[in-house]
Design a protein around this ligand. Structure first.
Ligand code: IMP
Length: 414
């Protein structure tokens, strides 16, 4: 199908966008990272091998050309590592990096750490990959862009300005940047709009999640970019006129890594079990993720602000064996019950979730394989009823269900 598929996370990141991007990229011409930098960790498991990406879009393993758009931050070390990875795997298309993409420099990481330390108990829990400071330099119009790496002298003079501005002594290997980055630089706007003009298909692979959006998330406990689907167009320069579909990715439960409000957070045995079975440890930092039940008001908000057309639910298999599964349908705040996420956005720390309960499911691997072969109707009945309730509650169709980490363990709904 021609047009644009925009993949976005509907929660706090780590929804499994890497796998979904891989599945949806099989028929695509290009797959694009459109925000964030090496703070993201997108994983695809093919057969017995797990491939981890921090910088390139994970969907590129399915064949389309990997692209890094203007609104991303390019981490030179992660980029170099992943170029080597895809070269060794025989990925045939040469990656394309926008000339406007800003580069993460050593002082960005240092500042990221310093700001976190200054915040003390209010620390955001960033990945310390320099994301906030690099976007800040971009907005101050002092950043270094990928297109400038052809000119080592320019890099040196801009580095001096940055040193003076931030009062930090650091060095940049301009020649190394030239060698690593400049061969991949080009005009992403022209390339992607030309692909679409000629009837091609483009996948925009979002990173982090809706609730980490700098404007629409749980500020200040957010990342420093817009994670929403609309930014897929702004960042790439793909015109909004192209036919597009927004695919929201959500887990069958919720997780959050880093600080900030999380109304449905669990502790104790159930949390421990979900964390262990689901491998809920940060791909980028290895930190244990906080775990909780599904939060329907937050998901409804995420569907609204992204304009989600279809949902992909991941990790349904992780809840296997629990006697009961819960979902939050509203919050009690100051003694009053509400179903509105926006009413509570400023006081999410103080809300008490209202839950509905569902009977759990307990099945074997064969049952999941049967659902992969035969489709939606062969999902374990209790899991299917839970998912049917979710789509009815959110008023959005679930078109994909992931029932295992491996790329093939996916139930496609026709
Ligand atoms: P930063 O993006 O490193 O500045 O981190 C800001 C917040 O976003 C922290 O709470 C991080 O844990 C969170 N975060 C950043 N990237 C990801 C991600 O890919 N998955 C989940 N959380 C993330």
């Amino acid at each position: 199908m021609k047009g644009v598929d925009v993949i976005v996370g509907l929660q706090w990141g780590d929804e499994g966008k890497g796998k979904i991007s891989y599945v949806l990229s099989k028929q695509a011409d290009a797959v694009v990272r459109f925000q964030g930098g090496a703070n993201a960790g997108h994983t695809v498991k093919i057969g017995e091998t797990r491939y981890k990406f921090n910088m390139l879009p994970a969907g590129c393993l399915a064949g389309p050309r990997p692209v890094i758009a203007a609104g991303c931050l390019l981490d030179p070390e992660a980029f170099e590592r992943e170029i080597k990875l895809i070269t060794s795997l025989g990925v045939k298309h040469k990656p394309l990096v926008s000339e406007s993409t800003h580069i993460i420099l050593p002082h960005h990481r240092e500042l990221d750490g310093r700001i976190e330390e200054l915040r003390g108990s209010e620390a955001v829990g960033t990945t310390r990959r320099g994301i906030g400071p690099a976007y800040a330099d971009k907005m101050l119009r002092v950043g270094i862009r990928a297109g400038e790496t052809t000119d080592p002298q320019l890099i040196q003079s801009k580095t001096q300005l940055l040193q003076k501005l931030h009062g930090i002594d650091f060095s940049v290997d301009a020649e190394k940047l030239r060698q690593t980055i400049s061969p991949f630089v080009g005009n992403v706007e022209t390339y992607l709009n030309t692909v679409l003009e000629s009837g091609g298909r483009v996948v925009l692979e979002g990173a982090q999640g809706t609730l980490l959006d700098i404007d629409h998330g749980t500020y200040p406990y957010v990342t420093s970019s817009n994670t929403l689907a609309a930014n897929g167009f702004v960042s790439t320069g793909v015109a909004v006129k192209w036919k597009h579909s927004v695919i929201g990715v959500m887990k069958a439960y919720a997780t959050r890594v880093g600080a900030g409000p999380f109304p449905t957070e669990l502790d104790g045995d159930v949390a421990e079990r979900i964390r262990e079975v689901g491998g809920e440890y940060g791909t980028t930092t290895g930190r244990p993720r906080r775990v909780g039940w599904l939060d329907i008001p937050a998901l409804r908000y995420a569907c609204m602000v992204n304009g989600v057309d279809e949902i992909a639910v991941t990790k349904v298999d992780v809840l296997n064996g629990l006697s009961t599964v819960k979902a939050c349908v509203g919050y009690v705040v100051n003694g009053v019950e509400t179903e509105s996420f926006t009413d509570c956005l400023m006081m999410l720390d103080d809300v008490k979730p209202v839950y509905v309960e569902f009977p759990g499911w307990s099945v074997g691997d064969d049952d999941w394989h049967a659902a992969v072969r035969n489709g939606w109707d062969d999902l374990p009945p209790n899991a299917r009823e839970y998912l049917e309730w979710v789509e009815k509650t959110l008023h959005v169709k679930i078109s994909l269900v992931s029932v295992g980490e491996e790329a093939g363990l996916t139930v496609q709904r026709t």
